[in-house]
Design a protein around this ligand. Structure first.
Ligand SMILES: [Zn+2]
Length: 200
């Protein structure tokens, strides 16, 4: 595969396949939000209520947070039952794609670490993806059993989606927040990087 810095791949709703890991830059709350497309216009994703994110924002003033630009309370969505600002936004949930995000991108798997360092975090991962049908199966299992407590740095939406795709948690977008200031991630051994990315 050609080495490139461009791992940001926009994708149209109509081109999605069940089992695709997608993310959106603009979601209701945090910077890029991740989920697994499961077909029929539905996405399974892992999230947290507004109050918890407000706490995280206070504790981590350097992490960019997005404002919710919809009305705080809305009628339940006829397609997925989602209520903006309602209590559905806790843990693993299935919503329609419109309530997942607007500008969709396809997450890239099996990139070299070199390509990973050159890419924007939260767009790709060095692990190999499982077949699409297995990814969908895992996402539905977690919809039933949950994915533990949300934590932005150790158990977030990217951890959830990469777990469904590979069986291992990986979040590139918070790696830098998990090491002491001045530590150069690129100089750490891969085993250590994998632990940092997994939230361990
Ligand atoms: Zn909806």
């Amino acid at each position: 595969m050609e080495e490139t810095t461009d791992t940001i791949i926009a994708i149209n709703k109509k081109d999605l396949k069940p089992g695709d890991h997608i993310y959106a830059w603009r979601f209701l709350w945090i910077y890029n939000h991740h989920g697994i497309y499961v077909g029929d216009g539905q996405v399974i994703h892992f999230t947290t209520p507004h109050a918890a994110l407000d706490e995280i924002a206070k504790e981590n003033p350097n992490i960019p947070m997005e404002e919710d630009d919809e009305d705080f309370k809305s009628e339940p969505c006829p397609k997925c039952g989602y209520i903006v600002g309602g209590s559905l936004g806790i843990g693993v949930m299935k919503t329609c794609i419109d309530h997942f995000g607007k500008t969709l991108h396809l997450y890239v798997y099996d990139v070299s670490w070199i390509r990973f360092w050159l890419s924007r975090r939260g767009t790709c991962c060095p692990y190999k993806a499982k077949p699409l049908d297995q990814t969908v199966k895992t996402a539905y299992e977690k919809l039933k059993t949950g994915f533990g407590s949300y934590h932005l740095l150790t158990n977030n939406c990217e951890h959830f989606a990469t777990f469904c795709k590979t069986g291992r948690k990986f979040s590139g977008q918070v790696m830098a927040k998990r090491v002491a200031p001045g530590v150069n991630l690129e100089e750490l051994p891969i085993e250590e990087l994998e632990k940092i990315a997994a939230g361990e």
